[in-house]
Design a protein around this ligand. Sequence first.
Ligand code: FES
Length: 167
Amino acid sequence: MSEIKDTRPALPPLPDDVRSAITELRRHYPTEEALLLPALHFAQKHWGGWLPEEAILGVADELNLAPAKVFGVITFYDLFHQSPVGRHRVRVCTNLSCALRGGNEILEAVKKHLNVAENEVSADGRCSVVGFECLGACEQAPMMMVDDDYHPHLTPDSASRILEELD
Ligand code: FES
């Protein structure tokens, strides 16, 4: 039986600071699986807020985990990004409670204000925007989050004013 050769190009090594951070973190976690989330957080910070493919494959290799497992974690958690994000991440809820109170209009107003489509970064690099399933504050609909801050009871105008005040 002939052996199947792996013809993929070799991965660039993880940057030294990412590798040493993972080595340090390893002392605090019982398994490589348990280490995965903090390792990805550190790698994402290193790459400026998102995880290019080389980062994902590099972390998988460093932790001896299947790339599919690492991609599965990244696509499950909203905290990880596979494309560049702005300095501020805007999440506009469009789930039922917010939708009934104008959430889709808020999302359109935000996109128009920033002149972007969903998952795009504004030309000045300040913001990226996504529609979100539920931000867990349905009683304050319609709402959005900017980074870690909740902004409740929005109108298209108040959402635009919030964006204007961002640095
Ligand atoms: S439906 Fe918008 S926060 Fe839950």
